[in-house]
Every structure is written in C-alpha cells, then in structure tokens.
Design a protein around this ligand. Structure first.
Ligand SMILES: [Zn+2]
Length: 467
C-alpha cells in the first residue's frame, strides 16, 4: 500500500476536509498549520520534453545543463526516474496527484482525445490541498497543453498562462519574478513550467552556434542507432544530428533560464524552508527507435530528470527506480503545513525516502498513440534488469537493460519465463489502476465533450499536435 508507514502530517482525521467546505471554498480552522514549526514552501519546476540522458549529470557529452548540474549537488537526484506516460497533461497530472493516468482519467492532451482533469471527492491534487491549507498557490505555465482548458489549474490562486501557443522560459520567468515581488509573507506553492525543449526546436539566436556536429555526436547517435532519415521542421529539412543539435540548444537555453529563476528564489527570505522539485514531464525520441517526438514507452520517451532539494536532507544520487507518481507522497512526507487529508491514501506512488521500496515501473503510451489493437495502447513494465514492452498485437519487446540500455536487442523469444512473469505483474497493476479509477469515479479513459475553442485549436496546429 502506497504511503504505508509514512509520517502523518494530519492529526489522524481520515479526511478533514468536508465536501461542503470544499464546495464553498472555505478554509476550516483545523487546517491551520502546526505552531511548532514553520510551514515549508514548495516550488515545482517542470521542464517539458527533457530527456534525462541529455543532461550533464546524467552523463551527456555536451555542456547542456551547467545550472541544473550545479543545483543537483544540493539535491537528492534520481538517476532512474520515469514518467508514467510520455505526454504533457497526463504526466503533469500524475505528478500533482500521485496517481497514474488510468486512475486520474486523463489519457492524453485535451486536443488528442484526452479529457480535462476533474477533481472528485476522492481525487485531489497537491495544489488543491495546499490552497486549502492556507498556502498561497501560483502556477506559471508556458504552453497550450497545460492552459486552463486542461483543468490542471484547480487549486491555484493564480494561474498564469501565455496568450498564444507557448512562450519562452525567459518570459515565464518575468511573470514569476513579478509574483515573487508581490506575494505575501505566508507559505506558498509555486509551479513553474518551461516548454522550450519541445518541438519546434528554435532556441534564441545567441544559442544557435552552440553544439555543432562532431565525432562525439556521431558516436552518441551510432551506439543508439538513431535513424538517418531527415525530418521537416522550422520550415527546413534537418538530418537527425541537426535535429539533435537544435534540441540541445533549447536545453541549454532552458537551463540558463532555470539558473536565473534559482538565483531569484535563493534571494527569498524563506529560502531556507523551501522544498524544490525539478522534473521533466517526458523525454523525446529525436530519431531514436525511428521516433522523432514522444508518447511511446521507450526509455528515451519515459526517462526524465528528477531533483529534489529538501532543507536539512543530505544531498546525493539515488539509483532507485522511481516514478513521477512518487513526487506527491514524497513531498507530503517532507513538508510541514500541508494538511494532506486523504492524499496519502489516494496516492499510488511511494515516498522515495522511505526504505525499502521494492517496486517496478509501469508506463503507458499516450491516447494519441493508441492504434485500436489495444485499448490501453502500448504498456511497459521496467524492473532493475528487465523492460517488457507489451502490445496486444503480439509484437512484444523484452530488453535486458544492464546489457542493452538502448533497447536494441529484443530477447522476447529467448526468455519466455521473464515475459510471463512481467506480463502478469503488468496486467495485475493495470487491473488495480482500473479499480482505483472506478473508486475515484473518474470513469477511466473517458472522452469528455471537446472544450477547445477555435483559437486553441489553431495554436495546437502550430505546435504540430493536431492535424
Ligand atoms: Zn510535455
């Protein structure tokens, strides 16, 4: 059971937030913070489309991430963190609710057949709990999949979004800085979302001469067997290596913006009691496995960076297998002042700092990648040693990760006993998720009426999401 044995922040009441008070938006008196210690601020920084292996701390050969690498030295950073789905809205919702996409019911971005997030009496997000606990809550998002048609704004006093399809990290930072200047003296939850590494890859001009092709870029792509095929984008045809160079320039730009944000946050008087979580929402194919973008279950789609800074906790690297669904229970286990109600019981993830965690990682393809042959699309299960990619068509893949980290040698016919064991674990997990979705009464994979207006549709077409 997720969250078992974790420190309780509440006084033992099972659900201290009655539904009527939720509806009325009132803050009950029993939600006030403990007088014994100061509340902890929470800063969540998500960087869209950031594959872990393109950052210095994860062993990349280019200097794409000096600020993230430096910040990692004061964090616990997770070498093996995975998104539950390589799609923006479902992945972010899993981070904020601690449950899998099948459980919160959002199986794709709204424009790709996903439905908006709808809280239920048994399903709430961390921002909703923080708001009810008296935290000032603010979100600054940078692109259309997370704009307020998505429902993810629930629980935020301020939800700041771009006018058009997206905005650069520097513009998002300006809005964040204004808010920090004006915020009150109480505890806060701040979410900052950057979008720059997402396609189209068009870093500001000052970055465009960085990272030219060289022997090391060829070596990197050869050992992962990137496609040689060219891709059309930004009004031109690019080879795989040019595409990767452009992507890396965006990563370096967003890293610089992250550095500027951290400098500003460090100047806050309550920095000493501020938790910071930095995560990618999913990776990017860039031509690996013949996939340019994301939405499937390959490692380069699902493996994301995760850094957690908790004041007083020793920094270091963790090799544990963790998922973005673990962020919520981990934050609740280390935060003072959030009255979590039944959020711990809701969560499917684990407190990453609880010992030991014997777990496997489950992934699922985005709704837009469902072919019709499988109602769940493509599923994956990952242990320390093995990764099974499951398709109902029978074209399954089994990879021995320690000897084949880039998933190049399918051994599904050589190890039937492993396939059988992992399939059983995976399907049992999916059954549990389906049952929880019923408990949350979110209806699982339910398509709601389209809530996108014409402007949003145009913005999405510009990003290449919709046809
Ligand atoms: Zn995304």
């Amino acid at each position: 059971m997720a969250g078992k044995g974790l420190p309780k922040v509440t006084s033992g009441r099972r659900d201290p937030i009655p539904g009527l008070l939720l509806v009325l938006g009132l803050i009950p008196l029993f939600l006030t913070c403990s007088p014994r210690s100061s509340p902890t601020n929470i800063v969540i920084i998500t960087i869209d489309t950031l594959r872990a292996d393109h950052l210095g701390m994860y062993g990349y050969f280019r200097e794409t991430s000096p600020f993230l690498d430096a910040f990692a030295e004061e964090c616990v950073w997770f070498q093996n963190c995975f998104a539950p789905m390589a799609t923006t809205l479902p992945s972010h919702l899993s981070l904020l609710t601690g449950v899998y996409p099948l459980e919160h019911g959002v199986m794709g971005n709204v424009q790709d057949g996903g439905r908006p997030y709808i809280p239920s009496p048994l399903l709430r997000s961390l921002p909703e709990a923080a708001q009810l606990s008296g935290f000032e809550t603010a979100a600054f998002i940078s692109a259309v999949p997370l704009k307020s048609h998505s429902g993810i704004q629930s629980g935020f006093d301020l939800f700041d979004e771009p006018d058009g399809a997206e905005r650069r990290a520097g513009m998002t930072n300006l809005a964040v800085f204004q808010w920090l200047e004006a915020r009150g003296a109480g505890p806060y939850l701040l979410w900052v979302h950057y979008f720059d590494p997402h396609s189209p890859y068009d870093a500001p001009p000052a970055y465009r001469s960085l990272f030219p092709s060289d022997d090391r870029s060829s070596e990197y792509m050869d050992e992962r067997r990137f496609t040689e095929k060219a891709v059309t984008g930004n009004g031109r045809v690019s080879s795989a290596v040019e595409t990767m160079n452009d992507y890396d320039r965006e990563v370096r730009y967003v890293d610089d913006s992250f550095g500027a944000l951290m400098e500003r946050l460090r100047a806050e008087p309550d920095w000493g009691s501020t938790i910071v979580i930095v995560a990618g929402d999913h990776g990017e194919g860039l031509g690996q496995h013949r996939e340019w973008h994301h939405g499937l279950c390959w490692e380069e789609h699902l493996r994301v960076p995760l850094l957690i800074r908790i004041p007083g906790r020793p920094a270091g690297r963790s090799k544990k297998l963790v998922s973005l669904v673990d962020v919520l229970p981990t934050v609740l286990g280390s935060t003072v002042g959030i009255q979590s109600g039944r959020l711990m019981e809701q969560a499917s993830g684990f407190d990453m700092f609880a010992e030991p965690i014997d777990r496997f990682i489950v992934g699922q393809s985005s709704k837009r990648r469902v072919s019709g042959e499988n109602p769940y699309g493509v599923l994956s299960i990952r242990t320390e040693d093995w990764k099974l990619i499951y398709r109902s068509s029978g074209k399954n893949g089994l990879f021995h990760i320690p000897s084949d980290p880039y998933e190049l040698r399918n051994v599904v016919f050589d190890r039937p006993e492993v396939v059988k064991r992992l399939s059983s674990m995976l399907l049992g997990h999916i059954e549990n998720q389906t049952r929880k979705a019923g408990e949350f009464r979110v209806g699982g994979d339910v398509t709601e009426p389209d809530t996108l207006d014409a402007d949003a549709r145009r913005d999405l077409r510009g990003l290449g999401y919709a046809n």
